[in-house]
Ligand binder design. Structure first.
Ligand SMILES: *[C@@H]1O[C@H](CO)[C@@H](O)[C@H](O)[C@H]1NC(C)=O
Ligand SMILES: [Zn+2]
Length: 374
């Protein structure tokens, strides 16, 4: 009898432990209506001519050209000047492409990260927000406003908007002696990836240059023995990839059943913000229409994008990409003038709120703050 009981306990305990540790939604509390009202839109910073975030990257950003360097400088300066608590890391690689012969083209990912100050290597789980910053080599002069200048600018806005709450959270956890219990050791990183676009035709080797190099490296970059997460891929709590955003009437589908719960969280934020009259756009339908998608309708179809090398290695993915693609996709019309600014600012609000909610920021809700009128 005793051995039997002991066995049951042994069997049951790991299960409980496992569900505790793998629960992706540790202490997941929805933002209050009040907090949602405080979420900023970015306003004029998304202006296409003078806006601080977006205007400087509405230029061709082809790898190996001065536009690539200008975009990099914009991102690095922004984090250095406005968000000094974030670490800045480069991940550089080179590669040949089908149209550039023997020349090695530089593909240079930029990684911006903010972790709790007490964590050791391999200890924090990281909400990972991703967009590509390169632009397509043809047609000549192609800008790629939705593809993906706007997503990059949105991620800068998110970083800036969540920063003070992250600081407060870390300070309060420190004061209370919390932290060090892995599910609470949450951080956030922003990956601005290079070389997403094909130079000629989209193939396995002519596309996703930056993402492939990074995922491959991370897979074998082991943290010290006994680290909670074995490598940087393992630390990604969710890989949220934004792409092709900024055109009117976007429809972002939910292709992945394992992360559908996270999609629903974002869809729920959109719906609540719309009900609270916090969004400006007036689309034909919701941006995220699949909240009620039933299990039997999930298949294997997906859009190939920077998540692929990560997904193949087991990383959970939330792919925020408009399908059908914007009508301007891969044409000269994918420029600032064809953006729908209310849609851009609404995405900025939705993604910011999603990040705040993911990082459990109701813990530091600024109760006394009064929402600015829009
Ligand atoms: C990566 O490339 C950038 C841009 O050329 C350069 O500034 C940076 O120092 C490089 N970083 C590393 C680690 O090689
Ligand atoms: Zn593209």
């Amino acid at each position: 009898m005793i051995t039997f009981l002991a066995r049951v306990v042994l069997l049951v305990q790991p299960l409980i432990l496992l569900s505790w540790l793998t629960s992706p939604a540790f202490a997941y509390t929805a933002l209050s209506d009040h907090f949602l009202k405080l979420v900023p839109s970015g306003g004029d910073d998304f202006d296409i001519d003078n806006g601080k975030l977006l205007a400087p990257i509405l230029i061709p950003r082809v790898p190996g050209t001065p536009g690539q360097a200008a975009a990099q400088e914009h991102f690095v300066n922004f984090f250095r000047e406005e968000l000094p608590s974030w670490s800045i890391e480069w991940f550089n690689s080179t590669g040949k492409t089908p149209v550039t012969g023997n020349r090695e083209i530089p593909f240079q990912n930029l990684l911006f990260k903010r972790e709790p100050p007490w964590v050791e290597e391999g200890q924090s789980n990281l909400l990972t927000l991703v967009a590509h910053y390169d632009s397509k080599i043809s047609p000549e002069g192609f800008i790629g406003a939705t593809d993906s200048a706007v997503p990059c600018a949105i991620l800068m806005h998110v970083a800036r908007s969540i920063d003070r709450f992250v600081t407060q959270m870390h300070d309060e956890m420190n004061a209370l002696g919390e932290g060090g219990t892995v599910p609470m050791d949450m951080g956030v990183q922003i990956l601005l990836l290079d070389g997403e676009e094909a130079f000629k035709d989209w193939t396995e080797t002519d596309s996703l240059y930056g993402a492939r190099a990074l995922a491959e490296r991370w897979e074998t970059s082991y943290h010290p023995a006994n680290s909670f997460y074995k490598n940087p891929l393992d630390q990604i709590s969710m890989f949220v990839l934004l792409d092709l955003l900024g055109a009117p009437n976007p429809s972002v589908r939910s292709p992945f059943l394992p992360t559908h719960w996270a999609y629903r969280a974002m869809a729920n934020i959109e719906q609540r913000m719309r009900q609270l009259n916090l969004l400006e756009s007036t689309p034909d339908g919701p941006f995220l229409p699949d909240a009620e998608k039933v299990i039997s309708r999930f298949g294997r179809g997906m859009v190939e994008d920077d998540h692929i090398p990560f997904m193949r290695r087991g990383v959970p993915i939330l792919h925020v990409i408009a399908t059908p693609f914007p009508t301007v996709w891969h044409t000269m019309d994918d420029d600032g003038a064809h953006l729908d600014m209310p849609t851009v600012r609404d995405w900025a609000r939705i993604v910011t709120a999603f990040a705040l909610e993911w990082l459990d920021m109701m813990e530091v809700e600024p109760k006394d703050e009064v929402p600015a009128s829009r």
